[in-house]
Design a protein around this ligand. Structure first.
Ligand code: FAD
Ligand code: DHB
Length: 392
């Protein structure tokens, strides 16, 4: 079977779904294909911090109604180290900006509902996805759906299929340059039915390793522990997790413990593929770049990418002009590298590195000390955390 569509979008994560919605608002239809089921993508627990700019994008495109009802506006975070607690006040340091804590899977649910209500096509559980003729003006995406071969004949392919997708891999060898760091630790993340010990997020740098306290609602906590890079969740029964969280975050008082609803280990890497385009294929989000999660930038740069891409595609279909499409990678990479720098810096400042000697350890402490004692340094953290304004 052949389906004609102006834009084929590979991947129904936040990047692919938001792109499809933004294009729809520009009067451009698309087909989204996704290897997983709707239920799977709607329940995949990942990030939870939305920058002010991400909130604004969701607001402007009518996708923020439930987020405003259920999301939690946060005006600061706490840094904890050496038994000290220090609050970074976002509005006071950034001229009034703040963040919203709202689960990524809730954003995904909201976008799927919006797309389907508007008659948008999202084809879940596609197999054997492949992209073809990317350098021609008529690229194609092929896949199997329920055993049937389907070909999408399109003019633009958006590769929004995450780090392990097929789109980046389809670009011929030698075209892309890769920049990468793999960190010597991972995060064990849990979702727990336990009330928050604090109204704000706590980033703790502890001699036993980094810990992060976050939340999803007044009754659900999201917590992370630095663990070994090859760690497996079977080694972390619930009692061990709570014991470790109490040690690193407890601050004298015990955390309220509750049933653990979800557990997972995420490796930590920085990765950038340049350029983010090849012919009529445009990569967006994790398909093009990965940040370590410290600082919660992954979802936010995915949103920033598709904001740029939707405008470029709209210009292309409205006037045949490729100016914005040609500039796509360059436009995005400036913001991507800023988020990469910030995420790398937060990661380096807050984690235990097995290879650190006394010199590096003292430098790390000095960095933390500077961040909490200098208004300029606190403001630098705050303005990156709430998200830099969009250039255009
Ligand atoms: P994704 O959300 O990965 O979406 C890509 C989609 O493409 C997926 O639905 C996938 O199933 C689909 N797909 C893959 N291959 C194919 C194919 N061949 N054909 C069709 N579809 C395909 N960021 C933070 O800021 N904080 C966090 O705590 C955090 N935790 C994370 C935990 C994990 C386990 C992971 C993997 C990421 C985490 N991130 C976190 C990063 C953040 O979630 C991502 O940056 C964000 O999901 C990027 O959105 P995306 O749409 O680009 O990619
Ligand atoms: C969350 C994840 C992060 O990576 C982070 O820096 C802050 C919060 C979260 O999942 O809530």
């Amino acid at each position: 079977m052949r389906i004609d569509t102006p834009v084929a979008i590979v991947g129904a994560g936040p990047a692919g779904l938001l792109l499809s919605h933004l294009l729809h608002l520009e009067g451009i239809e698309s087909v989204v294909i996704e290897i997983r089921s709707r239920d799977y993508v709607e329940h995949r627990v990942r990030a939870g911090v939305l920058e002010q700019g991400t909130v604004d994008v969701l607001d402007e495109c009518g996708a923020a109604e439930r987020m405003h009802r259920e999301g939690l506006v946060h005006r600061g975070i706490e840094l904890r180290f050496d038994g000290r607690r220090h609050r970074i006040d976002f509005p006071g340091l950034t001229g009034g900006r703040s963040i919203v804590v709202y689960g990524q899977q809730e954003v995904v649910k909201d976008l799927i509902r919006l797309r389907l209500a508007a008659g948008g096509r999202i084809l879940f559980e596609a197999d054997d996805v492949s992209v073809h003729d990317l350098e021609s003006s008529a690229p194609r995406v092929r896949f199997l759906k329920g055993g049937e071969e389907i070909e999408l004949a399109c003019r633009i392919v958006a590769g929004c299929d995450g780090f392990h997708g097929v789109c980046r891999e389809a670009i011929p060898a030698g075209v892309l340059s890769f920049y990468e760091r793999v960190y010597p630790f991972a995060w064990l993340g849990i979702l727990a039915q336990a009330p928050p010990p604090s109204e704000e997020l706590i980033y703790a740098c502890h001699e036993r390793g980094f810990a992060l306290y976050s939340m999803r609602s007044p009754a659900i906590s999201r917590l992370y522990l630095q663990v070994a890079p090859d760690e497996e969740t079977v080694n972390w029964p619930d009692a061990r997790i709570w014991r470790e969280l109490n040690r690193r975050l407890g601050d004298g008082a015990r955390l309220d413990e509750g049933p653990i609803l979800e557990k997972g280990v995420t490796g930590m890497r920085s990765f950038i593929a340049e350029p983010m385009q090849f012919g009529k294929l445009f990569l967006a989000g994790d398909a093009a770049h990965i940040v370590p999660p410290t600082g919660a930038k992954g979802l936010n740069i995915a949103v920033a990418d598709v904001r740029v891409l939707s405008r470029a595609i709209a210009e292309y279909f409205a006037s045949g002009t490729e100016t914005l499409l040609k500039a796509y990678s360059q436009t995005c990479l400036k913001r991507v590298w800023r988020a990469e720098r910030f995420s790398w810096w937060m990661t380096a400042m807050l984690h235990r590195f097995p290879e650190h000697d006394g010199f590096q350890h003292r430098l790390q402490r000095s960095e933390l000390d500077y961040v909490v004692s200098s208004r300029a340094a606190s403001a630098s953290l705050a303005e990156n955390y709430v998200g830099l304004p969009f250039d255009t």
